[in-house]
Design a protein around this ligand. Sequence first.
Ligand SMILES: NC(=O)c1ccc[n+]([C@@H]2O[C@H](COP(=O)([O-])OP(=O)(O)OC[C@H]3O[C@@H](n4cnc5c(N)ncnc54)[C@H](OP(=O)(O)O)[C@@H]3O)[C@@H](O)[C@H]2O)c1
Length: 242
Amino acid sequence: MEKWALITGGTKGIGKAVAECLAGAGYNVVLTYASDTAGAERTAQGLQQSYGVKADVLQADVSVKESIDRIGDYLDANGIRLRAVVLNAGLTCREPFEQLQLADWERVFFANVHFPVFLLQRIVERIERGGSVVFTGSLMGIEPHSVSLVYGVTKSAVHALVKNLVKFLVPYEVRVNAVAPGFVDTEWQKTKPAEIRQNIERKVSLGRFCEPSELAEVYKMLIENSYLNGEVIVVDGGYSYK
Ligand SMILES: NC(=O)c1ccc[n+]([C@@H]2O[C@H](COP(=O)([O-])OP(=O)(O)OC[C@H]3O[C@@H](n4cnc5c(N)ncnc54)[C@H](OP(=O)(O)O)[C@@H]3O)[C@@H](O)[C@H]2O)c1
């Protein structure tokens, strides 16, 4: 029987690494992205060629409400039933507290919290019994974030969602967990100034950023282990504020 996984923000960074890891285990994937269609198609072709799986890409910006139906309609139209849903795409806002606008706060909250909740509500019947949902949380949802107030608070909400959703997903026989990454070497981090990157490396016990592929294995474990439920797995290489 075919295994399908949906990964939001699945064409680059952490989501792409999870897609590669799952494709290597025989999963077909539906990957959503925001705007880089050429990049998304390259990722899909790479997965098809390397692993011989089906890889569909779908433009679906998580800051836009209509993307919920766009994803739901796509799954319905193609009769796709999901073994795994990875709710990974997320936004941040680095405006200083004094300049933070209500619209910025709402945009990040919508993308990181509201969107995955209502996407899940829309597609929950499409998840196979015994399947699972994995959110991308963040270490910054556990340790206070020194730069982005709204990012840290929304990722805390994601962690709380995981715990709270467990009971609501029982009738569907679907498990739900999260990965809380520390600092992962994706474009998100690579665009930071060298001085800030070195400061981060000094605080990580392993002295380096996490490779997306190292993180992806944890998502796969959460998807495939049949008894993990309601967990937030921190993968931070031993981070300390000292
Ligand atoms: N990197 C880290 O250190 C780190 C640490 C903790 C948590 N996280 C979390 O991990 C998740 C992924 O981060 P990443 O570092 O892998 O980011 P990334 O490399 O910037 O990932 C980009 C992927 O997400 C898509 N994307 C970006 N904005 C989107 C939007 N508004 N709607 C739909 N898709 C969107 C991109 O599509 P396009 O190519 O079309 O833009 C692309 O597929 C986020 O939730 C982030 O908060 C990251």
